[in-house]
Design a protein around this ligand. Structure first.
Ligand SMILES: [Zn+2]
Ligand SMILES: [Zn+2]
Length: 241
């Protein structure tokens, strides 16, 4: 896991993670932080000390907790938000996935809260969830940045480490027929595969959930491109409530 926030505007891409904007993936290196006011065309962005080049970032669990929530206070304006694995080392999550998927006549929408659909999209082979889109508008509205690491994940104290993008860094099962590699399971038990097949082409026959059938794999999904801050659009099958 990590890194997320570089420490100085001279840091290269190995010292930071990524940010997703307009469907594209950007390296969060020192230059990206330095350029934020131009990138977002808003001079309120100033995340570094213009004399030393040091980047303002959360440095403790208390700062992570205060800055990584939707009601982030003005005191964390222009912070790079970084929560460390040690803050959630005792957190456990249990995810139930049907062993035998059951396709429904109409898909289940994702939601949040007890009356809506699930927010988690699925799970990677390492046990990390493919989560709902990061609330980018709220993050940027507070003039904070909560980068993802190169694998598309970051941490908050409630969810632990979770993914917002499939960047190809997790375990995958390569398919022998040129089909895209498998990267995990959706919450309904159907397989999730990469965006592109072995020839670098995205399928064009996906349904509204981002799934389709073939004779080898049955029904399965293909994730959206990493820059979209999303994975699949809905669950075609039943999930465990
Ligand atoms: Zn998140
Ligand atoms: Zn496919």
């Amino acid at each position: 896991m990590g890194p997320w926030c570089p420490s100085n505007i001279s840091d290269d891409a190995s010292k930071g993670g990524i940010w997703l904007e307009g469907g594209k993936v950007y390296d969060v290196d020192g230059a990206f932080i330095k350029n934020l006011a131009t990138f977002y065309n808003n001079t309120t962005w100033q995340m570094h000390n213009s004399t030393t080049g040091d980047i303002k970032k959360t440095l403790t669990q208390a700062e992570c907790q205060a800055a990584a929530n939707p009601n982030v206070g003005a005191e964390y304006k222009n912070y790079c938000v970084e929560c460390l694995p040690s803050y959630v080392s005792t957190l456990t999550k249990t995810i139930y996935i049907p062993v035998t998927p059951v396709k429904l006549t109409s898909p289940v929408s994702f939601g949040a809260g007890p009356m809506a659909g699930p927010s988690v999209r699925g799970i990677a082979f390492n046990g990390v969830v493919f989560d709902a889109p990061a609330p980018v508008s709220a993050i940027l509205g507070a003039y904070t940045l909560a980068p993802f690491d190169d694998a598309g994940g970051h941490i908050n104290l409630g969810a632990g480490y979770h993914y917002h993008a499939a960047t190809g860094k997790t375990t995958k099962i390569v398919q022998t027929d040129g089909h895209a590699a498998m990267i995990g399971y959706a919450l309904d038990g159907f397989g999730i595969y990469e965006n592109l097949n072995a020839a670098g082409v995205e399928d064009t026959d996906l349904d509204a959930s981002r799934g389709h059938y073939d004779s080898v794999r049955g029904y399965h999904y293909h994730v959206a491109k990493a820059g979209t801050n999303s994975f699949i659009n809905s669950l075609a099958g039943a999930y465990v409530k």
